[in-house]
Design a protein around this ligand. Structure first.
Ligand code: COA
Length: 146
């Protein structure tokens, strides 16, 4: 298992990941309306690779105006094996290293697995509409995972 930081020159690997995401793309819709090369604007983009180099989980931190947003996705065939947790650990470590004061994300209200994961990592709900919840993580607020 290996974590790699993606550069815009690694889009083929990102494309491989998207190709095997399957139903995970129903709830991770980030690339539905963005080209893959948008990762060049991220603070960090990471992939978790299995022992054969196959990408199984994705994560990013992206600055949009004054806010930093987190995105995460585990490919359908690898859900429920601890890789989401591993990816969250990596992104939170990076956020702490960069001394980011806040990290934000949105999640579908029906995405119970993701919500449970985010709350374990210290994200708190700050806003909601009929479909989604907005969550915030704040530097210095302790959580059980790190
Ligand atoms: C949400 C997602 C990232 C979780 O990753 P995962 O690898 O499946 O989860 P893990 O195996 O690492 O589990 C970590 C924690 O998440 C929670 N969790 C995972 N699956 C769950 C489920 N089916 N029901 C409730 N909680 C669940 C648990 O708290 C779990 O910790 P525990 O095993 O100690 O109880 C993954 O399911 C995914 O990528 N889904 C599709 C894309 C997506 O929805 N991305 C998020 C968009 S906002």
């Amino acid at each position: 298992m290996k974590i790699v930081k993606l550069q815009v020159s690694d889009l083929a690997l990102l494309n491989d990941f998207i190709d095997q995401c399957g139903t995970s793309l129903n709830t991770f819709r980030y690339f539905n309306h963005r080209p893959l090369k948008t990762i060049q604007n991220h603070i960090i983009t990471v992939l978790l690779l299995d022992a054969t180099g196959n990408p199984i989980a994705y994560g990013h931190l992206e600055q949009e105006h004054e806010k930093v947003w987190l995105g995460i996705c585990v490919a359908e065939n690898n859900i429920g094996r601890g890789y989401g947790k591993r990816m969250m650990e990596e992104l939170i470590i990076q956020a702490k290293l960069m001394k980011l004061e806040f990290v934000f994300l949105t999640v579908d209200k029906s995405n119970f697995a993701a919500i449970k994961l985010y709350e374990k990592f210290g994200f708190n709900p700050i806003h909601e509409n009929e479909i989604k919840v907005w969550y915030q993580w704040r530097l210095g607020i302790s959580n059980s995972e790190i």
